[in-house]
Design a protein around this ligand. Structure first.
Ligand SMILES: [Zn+2]
Length: 210
């Protein structure tokens, strides 16, 4: 069974959401400088690279990341690969796209993943995202985990509605995936966000098996 690593590599060069702190990795102990061991200090936002959003991120409701259901974060998952000319994942688009019935977990591969494959380190505002009515469509169809391949599930200019619709419905939002190397199909998803007390999100290692 092949294992696809769909996580971004965390590094100071990677793009972050405008206004979020940049990734800092500092060598606080260095064997090259005579220390007995190497030690790295990490200074990042909870929404760095591949990460999960908890409801608290947009709802301020105390539903924080350490309590997200591992039952939802792991299990069968469908990856759909959308053509490069898709600009927005709307209800109208989802309605005319043939997706398998009864999906609990779905990942959307879009042209965004090419940015990761190309090593594009500048933040891009025109990424493909899910519109508010697209989010409503997914909730109405029983989806409980949604993964996207850029740093937000929502369009750059309109972050709030899509997040609120999904998080209010208890949907786990997985952002910042690199889906450039994985064909469309069914897999087992393993997504394990860091267990950060009281946090609105957490970086995660995510893999697809199958
Ligand atoms: Zn986030």
């Amino acid at each position: 069974m092949p294992i696809y690593d769909i996580s971004l590599t965390i590094s100071p060069a990677m793009p972050v959401w405008p206004g979020d702190p940049p990734v800092k990795m500092t060598q606080t102990e260095s064997m090259d400088s005579g220390a007995e061991y190497n030690l790295t200090r990490l200074d990042i936002s909870a929404h760095t690279g591949t990460h999960v959003d908890a409801p608290h991120h947009f709802l301020n409701d105390g539903r924080t990341v350490e309590n997200l259901s591992l039952d939802l974060l792991t299990g069968p998952c469908y990856l759909v690969q959308l053509p490069d000319d898709v600009d927005e994942i709307s209800a109208e688009f989802l309605e005319r796209t043939s997706l398998p019935d009864g999906l609990l977990r779905i990942l959307f591969g879009t042209r965004n993943s090419k940015l990761w494959a190309q090593g594009q380190n500048q933040f891009q505002e025109d990424f493909v995202a899910i519109s508010e009515d697209g989010a409503e469509w997914l909730v109405a169809h029983g989806v409980k985990l949604i993964g996207v391949d850029y740093l937000s599930v929502a369009p750059y200019s309109d972050s709030v509605p899509t997040h609120q619709v999904l998080l209010r419905a208890g949907v786990i939002v997985l952002e910042g995936l690199d889906l450039s190397q994985v064909p469309r199909g069914f897999y087992d998803l393993y997504c394990l966000p860091l267990k950060l007390a009281g946090a609105d999100g957490a970086p995660a290692r995510a893999i697809l098996v199958g």
